[in-house]
Design a protein around this ligand. Structure first.
Ligand code: HAM
Length: 427
C-alpha cells in the first residue's frame, strides 16, 4: 500500500531514543520547582478563542497569524492553546485560587502555533511554565530568574545569557506609546504594511518586527526607559540589586518587548547562540493587569515559560548533563523451566530493589540470542537462570562491562548487588 498517512508538518513524534533525555530533563524541572514550593496545575489544551484574543492581544503575531482556531460542533470558536499563561489565569480565577494566599504554580505540556517550522521552531512544541499570583515586589521576579538559573546549572547548560528590560506600568506605556507613534509618523514612508496597521492598534509591536528593511528605523526609535515613572524605576533597580547579590549576570536590553501584549514592568529572556536563529530557551515577565483583563479581581502576576525542545537540544549537543537510562539488568532465561519461573524471579527482584530497572527476557529464544538482547539494551548485568540455577535456587550474574567476575548468588544476594548499583542511576 502506498498512500501512507503522514504526521502534520511541524508536529513531531518523540521517539524512545529521545524520551529518556526528555524525562530526565523534565524531572530536573519538576523537582526544582517543587523544591521552591511551587505546585503543579493542569489546564485543558483547548480554550475559548476569546480568552487568547483578550490576553495575548488582538494585534499580535500569535493571534493574527498563528492560532489553530476552529468551530466545534456547537458552533463555538475554540483554539488549541498557543501558550499557557492565558489558560492558567482563567483557571485560577474560575477556581477561586486568588482568594487565599499567593499562588506559585507550574505546568507543562504541548502548545500550538502555526509558525514556519524550522530548527527549534515547531507547530506543536512543549513548554514548562511557571506563574505566580498575588505578589507585587521585585523579590518574586528575582526568585523566578534564580529558579531558571538554577535549572541551567543542574542541566549543565553554560552558554546562556539573561536579557532584562522593564516595560513600565500601564501609564508609563501609554506615555511611551504617544512618543513612539509620533516618531513613526515622522517616518511613515519607511513603515511596511504590518507596521502601518499596527501604528494605531499596537505601535509597540512595530519594535518586534523582523523586517530587515525596518531594522535601522527601529534601532533609532526612542526607548521606553525614558518614559518609566519612579515606581517602575524603583522596582527595576531593586530587581537588579537582588540579581547582583545572587551573582546572576544580566544584560539590559531596552529593545526587549516580547511578542505578547500582557506584559508590564519586568520582562526577560534567556538566550543562547548555540541553537541558531531560535535561541530563546526561556522567556517571561510581569503581567500585573492580565487577571483583571480576563475578568478576575486585580491581582499582580509574573511568570515565565521554557521551550522544552530547545532545552533538550541544548542539553544533547552542548551540556555535560549525565543521566543513565539503560537498564540495571537483563534476565536471561535458559530452557523451558526457567521461562516459566523467570517472571516470578523478576517480580521478587523488583519487590526487593526499589527503582530497579530490569528487563525480563520475553518471547523465548536461545541463550546466545538472549545475551545479544541483553547487550543491545545496554544492561549492566545479565542475570542467567537455567535448569541448574533453578534447582539450586541461585542466579548466575555476569557483569556485561567485564569489571566484576562472574558470580553465582542467591536471589537475596542478587538483590543486594543490584541495589548497590541502582543507587548510581540518576533517573
Ligand atoms: P513565549 O516567549 O511565547 O512566551 O514562549 C516561551 C518559550 O517557548 C520561548 O522562549 C521558546 O523557548 C518556546 N517556544 C515558543 N514558540 C515556540 C515554537 N514555535 N517552537 C518551539 N519552542 C517555542 C510565552 O509563551 C509566555 N506564556 C511565557 C510566560 C509565562 N510569561 C509569563 N508567564
Amino acid at each position: 500500500m502506498s498512500n501512507k498517512i503522514q504526521s502534520i508538518r511541524g508536529m513531531n513524534d518523540l521517539l524512545p531514543e529521545e524520551s529518556d533525555l526528555w524525562q530526565a530533563a523534565e524531572q530536573v524541572l519538576r523537582s526544582t520547582l517543587n523544591g521552591y514550593g511551587y505546585q503543579e496545575i493542569r489546564m485543558p489544551i483547548v480554550e475559548k478563542t476569546e480568552l487568547f484574543k483578550r490576553s495575548i492581544g488582538e494585534v499580535t503575531d500569535i493571534v493574527e497569524k498563528e492560532m489553530y482556531t476552529f468551530e466545534d460542533r456547537n458552533g463555538d470558536s475554540l483554539t488549541l492553546r498557543p501558550e499557557g499563561t492565558a489558560g492558567c489565569v482563567r483557571a485560577v480565577i474560575e477556581n477561586g485560587l486568588l482568594r487565599g494566599p499567593a499562588q506559585r504554580l507550574w505546568y507543562t505540556g504541548p502548545m500550538f502555533r502555526h509558525e514556519r517550522p524550522q530548527r527549534g521552531r515547531y507547530r506543536q512544541f512543549h513548554q514548562m511554565g511557571v506563574e505566580v499570583f498575588g505578589l507585587e515586589g521585585p523579590d518574586v521576579d528575582a526568585e523566578l530568574i534564580a529558579i531558571s538559573a538554577r535549572i541551567w546549572k543542574l542541566l549543565g547548560i553554560k552558554e546562556v545569557t539573561l536579557q532584562l528590560n522593564s516595560l513600565g506600568s500601564a501609564q508609563s506605556r501609554a506615555r511611551y506609546r504617544t512618543v513612539l507613534v509620533n516618531y513613526f509618523k515622522q517616518h511613515l514612508q519607511q513603515l511596511d504594511e504590518d507596521s502601518l496597521r499596527r501604528l494605531e492598534g499596537n505601535p509597540l509591536r512595530i519594535l518586534d518586527s523582523k523586517n530587515p528593511d525596518m531594522a535601522l528605523l527601529i534601532a533609532q526609535a526612542p526607548t521606553l526607559d525614558e518614559s518609566l515613572d519612579d515606581a517602575d524605576r524603583d522596582h527595576f533597580e531593586q530587581l537588579k540589586r537582588m540579581l547582583d547579590q545572587m551573582d546572576i549576570a544580566y544584560e539590559i536590553n531596552p529593545r526587549l518587548v516580547r511578542g505578547l501584549d500582557y506584559y508590564g514592568r519586568t520582562v526577560f529572556e534567556w538566550v543562547t547562540e548555540l541553537l541558531g536563529a531560535q535561541g530563546t530557551i526561556c522567556a517571561g515577565g510581569r503581567y500585573d493587569g492580565l487577571v483583571e483583563q480576563v475578568g478576575g479581581k486585580a491581582t499582580r502576576a509574573v511568570g515565565f515559560a521554557m521551550g522544552i525542545e530547545r532545552l533538550v537540544e541544548l542539553i544533547r549537543e552542548h551540556s555535560s548533563f549525565e543521566f543513565k537510562a539503560s537498564p540495571d539488568a537483563y534476565l536471561v532465561l535458559a530452557g523451558e523451566a526457567a521461562a516459566v519461573s523467570g517472571l516470578k524471579i523478576a517480580e521478587q527482584l523488583r519487590s526487593a530493589v526499589p527503582q530497579l530497572k530490569l528487563l525480563s527476557n520475553l518471547g523465548g529464544g536461545g541463550f546466545k540470542a538472549q545475551f545479544k538482547r541483553a547487550d543491545r539494551c545496554g544492561a549492566r548485568f545479565a542475570l542467567v537462570v537455567g535448569d541448574d540455577e533453578l534447582e539450586q535456587e541461585v542466579v548466575t550474574v555476569k557483569d556485561l562491562t567485564g569489571e566484576l567476575e562472574q558470580q553465582t548468588l542467591s536471589i537475596d544476594g542478587v538483590a543486594q548487588l543490584l541495589a548497590s548499583y541502582n543507587g548510581k542511576r540518576s533517573l
